[in-house]
Design a protein around this ligand. Structure first.
Ligand SMILES: Cc1cc2nc3c(=O)[nH]c(=O)nc-3n(C[C@H](O)[C@H](O)[C@H](O)COP(=O)(O)O)c2cc1C
Length: 253
């Protein structure tokens, strides 16, 4: 449930999950805010020394942790790198990207390929029980299915058995992207990154073997003007309707 109301509706004493306070806003206003954040965001290359406030950082991280995940297994892990010395070394492991050293916060987003069989599955089921989500039978069935799904060979089960590196990527990126949007609406600039030597990043940050480094996200304030918008492919070449290659139709073109 989103904390917005459609135009001309009033919100009356509704309780929201996750302790979120209700925000009274029309869906039109919410759409405008989100669209603005989406169109104005750039992958910011240079940062000045302004800090990311702790309260904001907490909001950014909390937002990411509310992201959806398959079976609610939450295989993401994040290392927040703020120490200048550590950022300098991380910058070197990130192919010398200046933004890693400059931005006051760099989030190293990781995926734990073994977390599900090292306690996450049982913790997820306990959480579900605490929140009244499903009963013992459903939990037992989820336990069985998850073990079959994640414990098998990639490509098994009619092709759905996942490669765990791909599986964690899928989840980590949605959580990191959620953090990116929260940072953007809080007024910060951001930069997602894939140019890093994973083995060097793992060694520097003492990341366990079974954990993959998926992406980095720099957060801070841009130094100088934003880089230019580089454009996007047209919808007609990227989005199809009903089947691959068929143009999507709208009621009003
Ligand atoms: C997953 C991912 C990885 C990226 N890795 C890098 C990177 O390592 N270094 C970099 O300068 N930009 C990186 N980018 C930024 C892209 O180059 C940028 O998003 C793209 O050129 C479009 O520009 P815009 O985001 O400003 O619209 C990455 C973006 C994504 C989504």
């Amino acid at each position: 449930m989103f904390c917005v109301v459609p135009p001309s509706h009033f919100l009356i004493g509704r309780e929201y999950p996750c302790g979120a306070a209700p925000v009274i806003m029309t869906s039109q206003a919410a759409e405008m805010l989100l669209s603005k954040a989406i169109t104005l965001r750039r992958a910011t290359q240079r940062y000045d020394s302004q800090p990311v406030l702790d309260d904001d950082l907490r909001k950014i991280l909390t937002a990411g942790l509310e992201a959806p995940s398959g079976f609610n297994l939450q295989p993401w892990r994040f290392i927040v790198v703020r120490d200048p010395g550590q950022r300098k070394l991380l910058g070197q492991a990130s192919m010398g990207q200046a933004k890693v050293e400059e931005a006051p916060v760099v989030i190293v987003a990781c995926g734990d390929t073994k977390g599900w069989c090292n306690g996450d599955l049982e913790e997820m089921l306990q959480l579900a029980a605490v929140h009244g989500y499903g009963g013992p039978e459903e939990h037992e069935s989820a336990r069985r299915n998850i073990k079959k799904f994640l414990g098998g060979v990639p490509g098994a089960l009619g092709g759905i058995g996942p490669d765990l590196a791909v599986w964690v990527n899928r989840h980590v990126m949605i959580a990191l992207t959620t953090m990116m949007w929260m940072a953007e609406v809080l007024g910060y600039d951001t930069a997602p990154m894939e140019a890093f030597w994973e083995d060097k990043v793992k060694e520097l940050l003492k990341i366990p073997h079974s954990v993959r480094v998926v992406a980095l996200l720099a957060i801070g304030r841009a130094k100088g003007p934003d880089k230019a918008y580089a454009g996007r492919f047209p919808m007609s070449s990227l989005i199809f309707g009903e089947e691959w290659g068929r143009p999507i139709q709208f009621e009003r073109e």
